[in-house]
Design a protein around this ligand. Sequence first.
Ligand code: PLP
Length: 452
Amino acid sequence: MPENGPNLEQSIRLFKQAGEVLGGLVGHDLRYLLPAPIYTSHGRGCRKWDVDGNEYIDFLMGNAALILGHADEEVVTAIQAAAARGTHYGNDHPQHLQWAELVQQMVPSAERVRFTNSGTESTLLAIRLARAFTKRSRLLRLEGHYHGWHDDVVHGFDMPFQDPTCQGASPNDQRQVTCLSDGDLNQIEAVLNQQQTAAIIVEATGPSWGRAPLEPGFLTAIRDITERTGTVFILDEVISGFRFHAAGIQGIEGFLPDLSTYAKVLAGGMPGGAVAGRADIMKLMDKTGDSQHDRNQRVIHFGTFNAAPLSAAAGIVTLRRIQAGGVTETINDMGATIRASLQSALDSLGVAGHVYGEASMFHVYFETDPRRLTDISRQQDVWTRDPKRLKGMPGNLIARYQQLLRFNGVDLMSGTGGTLSTSHTQEDLDAATDAFRQTVTTLLDERLVHEI
Ligand code: PLP
């Protein structure tokens, strides 16, 4: 790394230009990075390059959509072949059904599938279906869990959880949304026992793609409570679906949610999402040809690009590769490898920090509270599951950590962690560990992290 970081001349120029043309400066809030966001010119495998020619080992992986890495040959060929037949029809097409059948085959709870354009649209539709099915209006959510950016789910995922996250979004009480402390089954049961709640929605990984892991048995306990109280259980598998296991976290834990939401891996790196689940709920969208029924008794769902041909093409190739076996196993093993090597880098530097995560994800927690510096136990897989603590690291530490890693040639997903693809190799993981060690050494010098 050059003395003051890599050459970012073109990136800084583009960032200035962005101030003149873009609302919000970047295309997604998480892309904001100083002195300039990464303006990618191209990617291949697990590597990508910015407009200044800097190379990155990529752990963002298209916000966890690219399970096969950048520009996978088979995916690109399928997209090119689909594009040559027309980029968009506005009609259904045979690949739409093939894509849905793959989801059905891979996910036992997916009796029916409906495609959307994103994870946000998927959770929006699932919540609407649950309200229509139960004829109840309340929604129960858990603090720290992220489900996209529409009004029902926008408050309560970011610290401090009780403060509104977003100007202009109607408050939770107006929307009949209750947001409870993550993990408190007694409180959840007490609310659901009142039988006024249409649905509970839970991030299958735990808050923010597993940054705060769930207690073992939590999801199956929710399944029991929702069954007893007639509440729809919406499992948000936007991150974990087809990544943690071919059947997602529900496949690992062996239960059937009522509805599941998908995006990311589902569409193989193209835009796309889906709601899948019980036929009796999903059929609320069916038309019968009876105009009275079709006008007044259905859940409506439009979307110009739903099940778009290019997304279907990429999704089918990707899901078939996962269904054939080996993909999730390989990346989950790599996840364990990188977690161990980052932890050993922290240990060798004597830094109070903990590397954790499941499947193909890693997260890093740096302890900054002087009272807790000796409190980090390496014996347990996860020594705390408290989202307030795990999502509560100082913002300036996270920003500097992300910046330094970027200067050292690594791009992360969000927060402190990253996600893997089949295109990462041991050599990439070793190089990333070196970049991590250099980054943490600088953070120590700058007193942003501490020794045990
Ligand atoms: N749900 C979860 C668990 C997510 O992680 C995300 C996005 O990261 C979403 C929903 C929203 O998906 P999208 O960004 O495609 O709207």
